[in-house]
Design a protein around this ligand. Sequence first.
Ligand code: ATP
Length: 412
Amino acid sequence: MLPADPHPAPKHLHPPRATGGLLPWPRRVMVLLNPRSGTGCALQLFHSQVQPMLAEAAIEFTPFVTERPNHARELVRDKDLSQWDAVVVLAGDGLLHEVVNGLMERPDWEAAIKKPLCTLPGGSGNALAASINHYAGNTRATQEELLTNCTYLLCKGLYAPMDLVSLSTASGKRLFSFLSFGWGFISDVDIASEKYRRLGNARFTLGTFQKLAVLQVYKGRLSYLPVEMSLFPPSNGLPIHILPQPGSSLEDPLLVPFDQPVPKHWTVVPEEEFILIFAIYQSQLGADFIMAPSAKLHDSSMHLFYLKAGISRLALLRLFLAMDKGTHLDMNCPHLHYVPVRAFRLEPFTSTGLMTVDGEPLPCEPVQGQVHDQLCLCSAAPCLSAPPPPCKSQAVPFPQLSNAQRHHSATR
Ligand SMILES: Nc1ncnc2c1ncn2[C@@H]1O[C@H](COP(=O)(O)OP(=O)(O)OP(=O)(O)O)[C@@H](O)[C@H]1O
């Protein structure tokens, strides 16, 4: 039995919720705003679109405008979070990455990481917001429509568990990731197009054409634990050591130290020359970029893609165009491999270039990671029993309402 809520909200603010009322109705939220995200409109969007919806849902907020990189990370790491029911991020995926890692750096990380998170799209990519919109069964939305959809979920008090991936590097770094790890083409596009952030989502199209012109090959060894092997591991293939994790007690039981070979039941990819390696744990990499159509907020999987060297520029361009609708796997491209995994290790042969974690740069070095199921909570509609097909308009569990209708509905 749950204890009675000492501060029950007025009855009209209690719609039935996916979580079965397990979480308190959000009454006070911390709002982190990045004035440099995307086209630089986060503050304006907050005042014009989000604040009126919060007011109608009787949700109080404490705004924090980030002043520099890592400011959000420090705020969530150092503040007393008990005064807020949720942490809201109106920015891009990069700021949410800071928030997740700031929470995991706290001495009370086990409780802190269960503080509900809400992503409101204000950046250029907004991959998690676009994925959450997709999971809700909505038609594709961008910009202000996507912001309204995500704010609506916050106002309704809908939360769902989300997987996080723990990443460790050979030099001893530990990071947590909710979206992606990458090396090669996609990561290069992300980093190279950073300077065009003010173009919004169009920065990725421009970056793709630029990087196609100077296509690079990346050499390294990729190993992974397929999901099916993790369900039935052979008794002689289990890791011998549990990797000790500096600064955190969350262990990665699927991983072994870098000086040991990966366990025997892992797959080692025979090829060692790649155009890209990309593990994504949500469906979208952007509003127009459905990379893993079957992914869900929590499915205990990383969706690992790798593209072998030797693909022509034209074939690569066709693959990327198909990702607009999430049909790239239907093209049966012999260079493209896809496998859902629970863990991976990537050992680059040279340390040139950058890797990316949730779109943020990471110096190139050996990296390994594993999924942690349902480690955090995120503002989202309840998971549908089967993932919706990728490119059709969906039936509407979360109705396509006008803003005014949504405001009304959020307060009923
Ligand atoms: N006031 C600030 N000035 C400069 N940089 C900041 C400031 N506040 C936060 N940052 C940094 O800006 C970076 C990018 O922010 P964010 O992810 O919000 O936007 P984006 O890059 O446009 O969106 P996306 O990550 O979706 O592509 C973050 O890594 C964060 O550290």
